[in-house]
Design a protein around this ligand. Structure first.
Ligand code: ADP
Ligand code: MG
Length: 282
Protein backbone atom coordinates (compact mmCIF):
# COMPACT_ATOMS: atom_id res chain seq x y z
CA UNK A 1 0.00 0.00 0.00
CA UNK A 2 1.39 3.40 -1.01
CA UNK A 3 0.31 4.95 2.26
CA UNK A 4 2.54 2.86 4.46
CA UNK A 5 5.68 3.62 2.45
CA UNK A 6 8.01 6.12 4.02
CA UNK A 7 8.30 9.52 2.32
CA UNK A 8 11.67 10.16 3.94
CA UNK A 9 14.12 7.59 5.20
CA UNK A 10 17.08 8.23 7.43
CA UNK A 11 19.39 5.24 7.18
CA UNK A 12 22.20 4.92 9.72
CA UNK A 13 22.94 8.64 9.54
CA UNK A 14 25.97 9.96 11.42
CA UNK A 15 27.27 13.50 11.80
CA UNK A 16 30.42 14.67 13.59
CA UNK A 17 32.02 18.03 14.22
CA UNK A 18 35.77 18.32 14.48
CA UNK A 19 36.96 20.68 17.20
CA UNK A 20 40.53 21.59 18.14
CA UNK A 21 40.43 18.97 20.87
CA UNK A 22 38.46 16.06 19.58
CA UNK A 23 35.96 14.70 17.13
CA UNK A 24 32.50 15.28 18.51
CA UNK A 25 29.89 12.81 17.30
CA UNK A 26 26.50 14.51 17.44
CA UNK A 27 24.38 11.93 15.62
CA UNK A 28 25.37 8.29 15.29
CA UNK A 29 23.69 5.61 13.20
CA UNK A 30 20.32 7.28 13.41
CA UNK A 31 17.57 5.55 11.43
CA UNK A 32 14.00 6.76 11.12
CA UNK A 33 11.17 6.47 8.60
CA UNK A 34 8.83 9.40 8.06
CA UNK A 35 5.41 8.28 6.85
CA UNK A 36 3.56 10.40 4.28
CA UNK A 37 0.67 12.59 5.44
CA UNK A 38 1.59 12.02 9.07
CA UNK A 39 2.94 14.23 11.79
CA UNK A 40 6.21 12.78 13.01
CA UNK A 41 7.48 14.45 16.13
CA UNK A 42 11.07 14.10 17.29
CA UNK A 43 11.69 14.81 20.95
CA UNK A 44 14.96 15.03 22.80
CA UNK A 45 16.69 17.24 25.36
CA UNK A 46 18.25 20.53 24.41
CA UNK A 47 21.64 20.05 22.76
CA UNK A 48 21.04 16.43 21.72
CA UNK A 49 21.27 17.17 18.01
CA UNK A 50 17.71 17.96 16.86
CA UNK A 51 18.61 21.05 14.85
CA UNK A 52 21.55 19.19 13.36
CA UNK A 53 19.09 16.51 12.24
CA UNK A 54 16.81 19.13 10.66
CA UNK A 55 19.80 20.74 8.90
CA UNK A 56 20.80 17.37 7.46
CA UNK A 57 17.31 16.67 6.12
CA UNK A 58 17.00 20.22 4.78
CA UNK A 59 20.30 19.65 2.97
CA UNK A 60 22.13 22.53 4.69
CA UNK A 61 24.64 19.97 5.98
CA UNK A 62 25.77 16.57 4.77
CA UNK A 63 25.95 13.39 6.84
CA UNK A 64 29.41 11.91 7.41
CA UNK A 65 27.91 8.49 6.76
CA UNK A 66 24.51 6.98 6.12
CA UNK A 67 21.81 8.06 3.71
CA UNK A 68 18.86 10.41 3.65
CA UNK A 69 16.34 9.40 1.00
CA UNK A 70 13.28 11.34 -0.15
CA UNK A 71 11.00 9.00 -2.08
CA UNK A 72 14.01 6.72 -2.45
CA UNK A 73 16.29 9.41 -3.89
CA UNK A 74 19.27 10.79 -1.95
CA UNK A 75 18.89 14.34 -0.62
CA UNK A 76 21.64 16.38 -2.28
CA UNK A 77 21.16 19.90 -0.97
CA UNK A 78 18.54 22.47 -0.01
CA UNK A 79 15.32 22.46 -2.02
CA UNK A 80 11.88 24.01 -1.74
CA UNK A 81 10.46 20.49 -1.55
CA UNK A 82 11.75 20.48 2.07
CA UNK A 83 10.90 23.75 3.79
CA UNK A 84 12.13 24.62 7.27
CA UNK A 85 10.34 26.74 9.84
CA UNK A 86 13.01 27.71 12.35
CA UNK A 87 13.09 28.44 16.03
CA UNK A 88 14.12 32.00 15.25
CA UNK A 89 12.25 34.00 12.65
CA UNK A 90 13.82 33.73 9.21
CA UNK A 91 11.62 36.45 7.73
CA UNK A 92 13.54 39.11 5.85
CA UNK A 93 13.19 42.31 7.89
CA UNK A 94 13.39 44.65 4.86
CA UNK A 95 10.41 42.97 3.14
CA UNK A 96 6.80 43.20 4.21
CA UNK A 97 4.76 40.08 4.99
CA UNK A 98 3.39 39.71 1.47
CA UNK A 99 6.84 40.21 -0.12
CA UNK A 100 8.34 37.68 2.30
CA UNK A 101 5.73 35.09 1.34
CA UNK A 102 6.14 35.47 -2.42
CA UNK A 103 9.94 35.76 -2.29
CA UNK A 104 10.80 32.13 -3.12
CA UNK A 105 8.27 31.43 -5.90
CA UNK A 106 8.91 34.87 -7.47
CA UNK A 107 12.63 34.10 -7.63
CA UNK A 108 12.09 30.67 -9.20
CA UNK A 109 9.71 32.00 -11.84
CA UNK A 110 7.96 28.65 -12.23
CA UNK A 111 4.54 30.23 -11.98
CA UNK A 112 3.02 33.46 -13.26
CA UNK A 113 2.93 36.43 -10.91
CA UNK A 114 -0.88 36.38 -11.02
CA UNK A 115 -0.88 32.78 -9.81
CA UNK A 116 1.66 33.49 -7.07
CA UNK A 117 -0.30 36.56 -5.94
CA UNK A 118 -3.56 34.61 -5.76
CA UNK A 119 -1.97 31.85 -3.72
CA UNK A 120 -0.24 34.32 -1.38
CA UNK A 121 -3.57 36.02 -0.76
CA UNK A 122 -5.29 32.70 -0.03
CA UNK A 123 -2.50 31.76 2.38
CA UNK A 124 -2.59 35.15 4.11
CA UNK A 125 -6.29 34.56 4.65
CA UNK A 126 -5.64 31.05 5.95
CA UNK A 127 -3.08 32.22 8.51
CA UNK A 128 -5.23 35.23 9.47
CA UNK A 129 -2.79 37.88 8.25
CA UNK A 130 -4.65 39.45 5.30
CA UNK A 131 -4.90 42.77 7.12
CA UNK A 132 -1.19 42.70 7.93
CA UNK A 133 0.13 41.91 4.44
CA UNK A 134 1.84 45.30 4.08
CA UNK A 135 3.39 45.29 7.57
CA UNK A 136 7.05 44.53 8.23
CA UNK A 137 8.08 41.60 10.46
CA UNK A 138 9.12 43.87 13.36
CA UNK A 139 5.59 45.29 13.44
CA UNK A 140 4.11 41.84 14.12
CA UNK A 141 3.74 39.91 17.37
CA UNK A 142 5.72 36.69 17.84
CA UNK A 143 2.69 34.54 17.00
CA UNK A 144 1.97 36.53 13.85
CA UNK A 145 5.58 36.17 12.73
CA UNK A 146 5.33 32.39 13.09
CA UNK A 147 2.12 32.37 11.04
CA UNK A 148 3.83 34.44 8.35
CA UNK A 149 6.66 31.89 8.40
CA UNK A 150 4.17 29.09 7.93
CA UNK A 151 2.66 30.85 4.91
CA UNK A 152 6.15 31.51 3.52
CA UNK A 153 6.89 27.78 3.74
CA UNK A 154 3.49 26.57 2.51
CA UNK A 155 3.49 28.64 -0.70
CA UNK A 156 6.21 26.29 -1.96
CA UNK A 157 3.88 23.27 -1.55
CA UNK A 158 6.70 21.35 0.13
CA UNK A 159 6.58 17.57 0.18
CA UNK A 160 7.91 17.76 3.70
CA UNK A 161 7.60 20.51 6.29
CA UNK A 162 10.48 20.65 8.76
CA UNK A 163 9.61 22.46 11.98
CA UNK A 164 12.47 23.17 14.36
CA UNK A 165 10.91 24.08 17.73
CA UNK A 166 8.95 26.75 15.84
CA UNK A 167 6.87 27.94 18.80
CA UNK A 168 9.67 28.13 21.34
CA UNK A 169 10.08 31.52 22.91
CA UNK A 170 6.43 32.52 22.52
CA UNK A 171 4.53 33.44 25.67
CA UNK A 172 2.38 30.63 27.09
CA UNK A 173 -0.91 31.82 25.61
CA UNK A 174 0.49 32.49 22.11
CA UNK A 175 2.22 29.12 22.29
CA UNK A 176 -1.08 27.30 22.87
CA UNK A 177 -2.87 29.36 20.24
CA UNK A 178 -0.15 28.54 17.68
CA UNK A 179 -0.38 24.84 18.54
CA UNK A 180 -4.16 24.94 18.02
CA UNK A 181 -3.74 26.81 14.76
CA UNK A 182 -1.03 24.47 13.53
CA UNK A 183 -3.04 21.36 14.48
CA UNK A 184 -6.03 22.63 12.51
CA UNK A 185 -3.85 23.43 9.52
CA UNK A 186 -2.26 19.98 9.56
CA UNK A 187 -5.60 18.22 9.97
CA UNK A 188 -6.95 20.10 6.95
CA UNK A 189 -3.96 19.60 4.66
CA UNK A 190 -2.24 16.45 6.00
CA UNK A 191 1.02 17.82 4.70
CA UNK A 192 3.79 15.46 5.82
CA UNK A 193 5.59 17.09 8.70
CA UNK A 194 8.62 16.49 10.86
CA UNK A 195 8.24 18.53 14.02
CA UNK A 196 11.05 18.88 16.53
CA UNK A 197 10.37 19.78 20.14
CA UNK A 198 11.73 19.36 23.64
CA UNK A 199 8.28 19.53 25.26
CA UNK A 200 6.37 16.33 26.00
CA UNK A 201 2.89 17.91 26.01
CA UNK A 202 3.49 19.51 22.63
CA UNK A 203 4.81 16.20 21.28
CA UNK A 204 1.76 14.18 22.40
CA UNK A 205 -0.69 16.86 21.26
CA UNK A 206 0.68 16.92 17.71
CA UNK A 207 2.18 13.52 16.93
CA UNK A 208 0.96 10.55 14.96
CA UNK A 209 4.37 9.07 15.45
CA UNK A 210 6.74 10.13 18.23
CA UNK A 211 10.46 9.43 17.96
CA UNK A 212 12.35 9.74 21.22
CA UNK A 213 16.02 10.53 20.84
CA UNK A 214 18.78 9.27 23.08
CA UNK A 215 21.47 11.46 24.52
CA UNK A 216 24.34 12.49 22.36
CA UNK A 217 25.34 10.91 20.12
CA UNK A 218 21.69 11.00 19.13
CA UNK A 219 19.99 7.80 18.06
CA UNK A 220 16.31 6.90 17.97
CA UNK A 221 15.65 5.40 21.38
CA UNK A 222 12.00 4.49 20.69
CA UNK A 223 9.16 5.27 18.31
CA UNK A 224 5.68 5.47 19.82
CA UNK A 225 2.51 5.47 17.73
CA UNK A 226 0.30 8.14 19.26
CA UNK A 227 -3.09 6.72 18.51
CA UNK A 228 -5.28 9.60 19.67
CA UNK A 229 -8.32 10.69 17.63
CA UNK A 230 -8.28 13.76 15.36
CA UNK A 231 -9.27 16.54 15.21
CA UNK A 232 -7.46 17.24 18.46
CA UNK A 233 -7.55 20.18 20.85
CA UNK A 234 -5.61 20.95 24.04
CA UNK A 235 -8.38 19.09 25.89
CA UNK A 236 -7.04 15.78 24.63
CA UNK A 237 -4.05 16.15 26.94
CA UNK A 238 -6.41 15.56 29.88
CA UNK A 239 -7.47 12.13 28.59
CA UNK A 240 -6.15 8.97 30.28
CA UNK A 241 -4.79 7.78 26.91
CA UNK A 242 -2.72 10.94 26.42
CA UNK A 243 -1.56 10.71 30.00
CA UNK A 244 -0.35 7.13 29.46
CA UNK A 245 1.64 8.20 26.39
CA UNK A 246 3.09 11.07 28.35
CA UNK A 247 4.23 8.74 31.14
CA UNK A 248 5.82 6.40 28.64
CA UNK A 249 7.67 9.22 26.86
CA UNK A 250 8.77 10.84 30.12
CA UNK A 251 10.14 7.57 31.43
CA UNK A 252 12.34 7.13 28.37
CA UNK A 253 13.46 10.76 28.44
CA UNK A 254 14.15 10.52 32.15
CA UNK A 255 16.37 7.47 31.63
CA UNK A 256 18.34 9.38 29.02
CA UNK A 257 18.65 12.44 31.26
CA UNK A 258 19.85 10.25 34.11
CA UNK A 259 22.54 8.69 31.93
CA UNK A 260 23.71 12.15 31.00
CA UNK A 261 23.70 13.27 34.61
CA UNK A 262 25.77 10.30 35.74
CA UNK A 263 28.24 10.88 32.95
CA UNK A 264 28.67 14.56 33.66
CA UNK A 265 30.77 14.02 36.78
CA UNK A 266 33.39 12.07 34.83
CA UNK A 267 35.99 13.88 32.77
CA UNK A 268 36.37 10.87 30.40
CA UNK A 269 35.88 12.84 27.21
CA UNK A 270 38.34 15.48 28.25
CA UNK A 271 40.98 12.99 29.38
CA UNK A 272 40.65 11.01 26.18
CA UNK A 273 41.03 14.15 24.09
CA UNK A 274 43.93 15.30 26.24
CA UNK A 275 45.85 12.05 25.94
CA UNK A 276 45.34 12.06 22.16
CA UNK A 277 46.68 15.58 22.01
CA UNK A 278 49.66 14.71 24.21
CA UNK A 279 50.33 11.65 22.09
CA UNK A 280 50.91 13.92 19.12
CA UNK A 281 53.83 15.62 20.83
CA UNK A 282 55.60 12.47 22.01
P1 ADP B 1 19.44 20.75 19.68
O1 ADP B 1 18.79 21.39 18.50
O2 ADP B 1 18.91 19.40 20.03
O3 ADP B 1 19.44 21.66 20.88
P2 ADP B 1 21.86 21.02 18.09
O4 ADP B 1 21.66 20.13 16.92
O5 ADP B 1 21.67 22.47 17.88
O6 ADP B 1 20.99 20.49 19.32
O7 ADP B 1 23.35 20.83 18.64
C1 ADP B 1 23.85 19.59 19.07
C2 ADP B 1 25.29 19.75 19.45
O8 ADP B 1 26.07 19.98 18.31
C3 ADP B 1 25.55 20.92 20.39
O9 ADP B 1 26.40 20.49 21.41
C4 ADP B 1 26.22 21.95 19.52
O10 ADP B 1 27.16 22.66 20.28
C5 ADP B 1 26.91 21.11 18.46
N1 ADP B 1 26.99 21.80 17.16
C6 ADP B 1 25.94 22.19 16.41
N2 ADP B 1 26.35 22.76 15.26
C7 ADP B 1 27.72 22.74 15.31
C8 ADP B 1 28.76 23.18 14.42
N3 ADP B 1 28.49 23.77 13.26
N4 ADP B 1 30.03 22.97 14.82
C9 ADP B 1 30.33 22.37 15.98
N5 ADP B 1 29.40 21.93 16.85
C10 ADP B 1 28.11 22.11 16.53
MG1 MG C 1 17.76 23.17 18.23
Amino acid sequence: MQDTKALLQLQAVSRCYQSAWAKDTIIENLSLDIAPNKMTVVIGPSGCGKSTLINLIAGFEKPDSGEILLEGKPVKGPSHERMVVFQESALMPWLNVYENIIFGPKLRKERSMAEIKAEAEALLEKVGLSVFAQQYPRQLSGGMQRRAELARALINSPQLMLMDEPFRGLDALSHELMQDFFLKLFEETRNTCLFVTSEVDEAILLADQLAILSNRPAQVRAVLDIDLPRPRTQEILNSPEAYAYKRQALELLYEEALKNFQREGKPDDFLEAYSQQEGRHS
